[in-house]
Structures are given as C-alpha cells and as structure tokens.
Design a protein around this ligand. Structure first.
Ligand code: AMP
Ligand code: GLY
Length: 433
C-alpha cells in the first residue's frame, strides 16, 4: 500500500516510523514532513489548504490511504472532502472532529452521555460570562477554568484562581477577541485538581481499542512550572494507574464515549484522545474526569505509545476504516517508554532556528533508544533545527527508571546551540500514589 501522512512533527515521525515496519507498506509519502521523516518517506511541500493539489498528488502517486496527524485539517473537513472522491482518510469527519474543535460541543456530548467531566456553564456573550463567573466562584471558590470554544493552538484553556483574573481572561477572549472567532463562546468550568493522564484509542464507531495510558509534561520548566507548551516529554505506561482505575476509565469514559457516538448518530472513525484528570488517585474515591477530547494522536504521547504497540499499525488503520476493529486485538511490548523533548531555548516564546545538530549518528546506534524529529530540516547529510520542539528522544526499558535514564543518556549525546530540555521527565511516574 502507498500511504500519505499529513504533518511535520514528532507525532508524524513516529507514525511514519511505525508504518514503515508494516508488512503491507509499499511507499510512504509525507506532506510536508521534516528532516527525520525524510529518511523514511518522500516529503512533499504542499499546504494543507491546497486540497486540489493534494488530490492531484494522491492520484499521481496512487495513494491508498491518507493518515492525518494534526487536528486543524480534520476540523476543517479534510475527511469529508476526500470521502467524496473515494480516497480513504484515517481520521474523523468534520462533524466528528467537533469533539476537539468545539469545547461547547464536547462538553454537551459528555453531559448527554454521562462521561464524567467538570461541572460547567456556557457563555455566548461577555455579559452572560460575567454573570456565570460570579455564580461559579460562589460555588467553586478554589477557581474555574475558562476555555475558548474553538481551536486556539493549545492556549485556549486558562486556569483562573480569582474572579478578577477570570473576568480579564473572558474579556480578552470575548471582547478583545485574542483567539478570533474561537472565543465567541466560552466554557467556564470547575477547576479540578489531581493527576493528568492521556488515553488514546482507535475507534471505528462500533469498537474502541485503547493503547497504553501515558502522561504528558505540558509546562516548560521542571516541576510543572512556567507556561504551557505543546508537551516537553511523556512516558508510558503510567505505573500508578491501578487495575481499578483502568476499569473506571474504561466503563465511565471509553464505553460511554462509544455509547454516545453510536446513539447520537454522530459515529466516529479514527483516533480519539481522552485528556483526563484523576482526582483522589489511589484512594477508594478516585475519579477520572475528561478535560478534553482530541480527534488525533497526542504529541508527544505518540512517541511513547506507538513504540510499545506490537501490532502492525497499518493493519489497525485498515481495520478501522473498514469498521472491522472487532477482529483486531492490540498487543503491547511489556516495556516502559520515556520521551524527552529537546527544544530550542526560548520555546514556547521566541527562539532561534538553523542550528546544526550533532550526535544523531551516535545516538542512532544506541540500544533501546529512538529519536523522533519534530522541528528539523535535512540539508545534504546534516540536520538543522527548524522549530521550537526539535527532537523527541525515547528510551525503552523493562522499568520506568531505566527507560528515563536511557533517554537522558542519549539526550546528553545530542548537541545543538541553545538546546533546552526538562530534567524531570517521567519522575512523576516513579512516585507511587
Ligand atoms: P484542555 O485544552 O481542555 O485540555 O486544557 C488544557 C490544560 O488545562 C489541561 O491539560 C489541564 O492542565 C488544564 N485544565 C483544563 N481543564 C481543567 C480543569 N477543569 N481543572 C483543572 N485544570 C484544567
Ligand atoms: N499532548 C497533548 C496534545 O497532543 O494535545
């Protein structure tokens, strides 16, 4: 089969790497790809918005399946566009992708289908939001979270500890329109506290098959301080998730999601990502809540969950598209994976690019180490930084502690000017609850 992957980050490199191991793969193409992907796939520079050009490319190169990495093309309806042309696209339709593209849609879906989530209200005007904030702060003095309805490049959810702060956030979203139309409506919800977890699953509308759970590290500095980023590292599986908690997540979140997409008629085909907060973890009354749905693989969670997946990824994708996931059984390597993201100093703010990367060859020869490129460019045989997140360095081992050490020993061998990374990725997993 010829497969076209859309995207340019560490997630897409991991998808391409995993697909390249499939027995059914003939050739992989990637739009636009990156320096690392270029070693496994033919990279082509076409904009996601140039759908007719992509279609020409698909016809010329006899592409059998398109796999979409990021959310924006899905939310914009790339699946619907190609479905009409009989090109199979792995990912949800425009309407299904509203589960990520609209927080209002997602919260109402959760409420309708008993998926545990933080108590919330929806505001459609600034005046209404101000009133809701007063009521919510009376009910929840510990704080609320204000969420822009639409996509906002990961910056649309703001945790607010005071009414004053929340009013300012709402003003910025609804009056100053800092996120444009994405802030026309806002969700205001109870601030939860606990441990965040990510669960990523394949879903064909009838069957849902989760991968191993993982934990992201969103903030830029050690100890979960500083501004949110796209993710500075991840590990999988999460050792302190007990069987009991897994079962709760399965019955209350995963099963109810499936019931919801079936009985609402929404359907679902592709990857569904559950961003969870678990309150009182390890205690009798522990409770998972869904913070968000994503309609695609997580980044950097993909860099740790796909290396642990034994099953052929292309076979699962085909089964999902054919609605035959019930015939699939996912198997996993009994190991731990830890991914440390190497970023450019300054990220998620301003940073320099074009710095030469050294040490990749040494690291590629290390056992139990995988390097996924996120923001790199290949020029002749050399690699240069081209983004905020540059590389995801993954260590694999029989236990989490060694997986972390393996990743960091590789991290130390990779050099580029202004290299920045967190030193505590995976540490949270070593503390038993
Ligand atoms: P979201 O875009 O909804 O995933 O939110 C982004 C981040 O905001 C999450 O990963 C959490 O760290 C935080 N967050 C979102 N909702 C809540 C909530 N109800 N309580 C506490 N933190 C939250
Ligand atoms: N790691 C969080 C996300 O992919 O949205």
């Amino acid at each position: 089969m010829n497969v076209l992957v859309l995207g340019s980050g560490g997630r897409e490199h991991t998808i391409v790497w995993k697909l390249s191991q499939s027995t059914d793969i003939n050739k992989i193409y990637c739009i636009p790809g990156n320096g690392g992907i270029a070693n496994l796939a033919e990279c082509v520079d076409i904009k996601f918005s140039e759908l007719d050009k992509i279609y020409e490319f698909i016809k010329t190169n006899k592409i059998d399946i398109v796999v979409v990495g990021p959310e924006q093309p899905l939310v914009d309806g790339i699946k619907d566009f190609f479905e009409e042309k009989k090109v199979p696209v792995f990912g949800p339709t425009k309407l299904q992708a509203q589960l990520e593209g609209s927080k209002v849609f997602a919260k109402l879906f959760m409420k309708d289908y008993d998926i545990p989530t933080a108590d919330f209200n929806i505001a459609e005007s600034y005046q209404q939001a101000k009133k809701i904030l007063c009521d919510m702060f009376e009910k929840y003095p510990d704080g609320v979270v204000v969420k822009a309805d639409g996509l906002a490049a990961g910056k649309g959810a703001v945790v607010c500890d005071s009414l004053q702060q929340a009013e300012k956030v709402v003003y910025d979203m609804m009056v100053n329109k800092v996120f444009g139309r994405s802030g026309e409506k806002v969700v205001i919800e109870k601030k939860l506290s606990g441990v965040e977890l990510s669960v990523i699953a394949f879903c064909d509308g009838e069957t849902i098959l989760p991968l191993t759970h993982s934990q992201d590290h969103k903030q830029v500095y050690d100890g979960d301080r500083g501004p949110n980023t796209g993710g500075m590292g991840a590990y999988s599986p999460v050792p302190f998730v007990s069987k009991r908690l897994e079962e709760k997540i399965y019955t209350q979140v995963i099963q109810n999601f499936l019931k919801g997409v079936k009985s609402s008629g929404l359907g679902y085909n592709g990857i569904i990502y559950f961003g969870l907060m678990v309150e009182n973890i390890g205690k009798e009354n522990e409770q998972p809540y869904v913070l968000e749905f994503n309609c695609r693989f997580g980044d950097p969670e993909t860099q740790v969950v796909l290396p642990l997946l034994e099953t052929d990824l292309l076979k699962i994708i085909v089964a999902t598209l054919e609605k035959k996931l019930n015939n699939c059984l996912l198997s996993f390597v009994k190991k731990y994976a830890c991914c440390v993201v190497l970023a450019s100093q300054g990220y998620p703010g301003n940073y320099d690019t074009g710095k030469k990367i050294l040490g990749l060859e040494t690291v590629n020869n290390m056992n139990n180490v995988l390097v996924f490129h996120a923001g790199t460019k290949k020029v002749a045989d050399d690699y240069y930084t081209s983004g905020g997140r540059v590389l995801g360095v993954v260590g694999l081992a029989d236990n989490l502690s060694v997986a972390i050490d393996t990743a960091y020993s590789a991290v130390e061998k990779i050099m580029f000017e202004n290299k920045y990374y967190r030193k505590d990725i995976g540490k949270k997993g070593l503390v038993s609850c």
